[in-house]
Design a protein around this ligand. Structure first.
Ligand code: F6R
Length: 243
């Protein structure tokens, strides 16, 4: 695992967007795994700026979703499909044909999860997977004590994660779904390059456990230590508890 400490979130976003642009120059139809939440926004902004300046052609890029709420209609503004359309696809000039994700409204959620794992494999696998990290060390929505070998499946959000995400639902925790479909840790580890961005002091404990703690299900992100090509980009605040 390589750890890169940057001055702030903007610098982290630019660094990672640069790596994504480089990948797309070598592999124009690369499959990019994308996360939602606040952390990756500087990445998406920097990549869109590079595209806007003619620095890279993303017209053949493909985009895969990391996780999705269960039960929110796809057109709900906070479904992750809607969020990613707003934050990633539209700024990059991509349409939904370039996008793949699990069906959070499927009647048979289990079958939808298995179908998504199969679809990722049939698409050739994720080339570069972006990850954020929860204050509790989750990646995707693999909350603490998720199996490190887990596949895409339905998970129950912890109360803490629902509190954290209430800001996207007018601050009203009642509107935050209880369940999500998330790529499993085993699924995530199949991507060829994992890139985790963490910014702010609130992530410092989780980053220390990820980078310097034992590989253990209590900190799902520690599974990145098992991956041959994992990059953890942190700002100084998020790095503040590293030894
Ligand atoms: C979202 C996701 C989550 C977030 C994490 C951090 O798709 O996979 O693991 O990355 O909850 O969220 P932020 O960036 O909002 O702190």
């Amino acid at each position: 695992m390589e750890v890169v400490i940057v001055s702030d979130a903007k610098a982290g976003g630019e660094l990672i967007a640069g790596a994504m642009a480089e990948l797309l120059r070598h592999k124009p139809d690369a499959l990019l795994g994308v996360a939602t939440g606040s952390t990756p926004l500087p990445i998406y902004q920097a990549l869109a700026a590079t595209v806007g300046a003619g620095g890279v052609d993303v017209s053949r890029a493909r985009v895969a979703q990391l996780d999705e709420y269960v039960g929110l209609p796809a057109e709900h503004p906070e479904s992750y499909r809607s969020v990613l359309r707003r934050e990633v696809l539209e700024p990059l000039g991509l349409d939904l044909d370039a996008f793949m994700g699990p069906d959070g409204t499927a009647e048979d959620v289990r079958a939808a999860c298995e179908a998504y794992d199969r679809a990722l494999a049939e698409a050739g696998g994720v080339d570069l997977q972006l990850l954020g990290i929860g204050t509790d060390g989750h990646i995707g929505f693999n909350e603490p004590c998720s199996s490190l070998a887990s596949r895409t499946r339905i998970k129950t959000l912890t109360e803490q994660t629902r509190v954290d995400n209430a800001r996207f639902f007018e601050g009203d925790i009642e509107q935050v779904p209880h369940h999500v479909i998330t790529q499993g840790i085993g699924t995530i580890l199949e991507a060829r390059h994992l890139v985790l961005l963490a910014t702010g002091e609130g992530k410092a404990d989780a980053v220390a456990a990820t980078v310097e703690g034992p590989v253990a299900a209590v900190c799902p992100a520690s599974a990145l230590q098992l991956h041959p090509h994992a990059t953890v980009v942190v700002d100084e605040a998020a790095a503040s508890k590293l030894k």
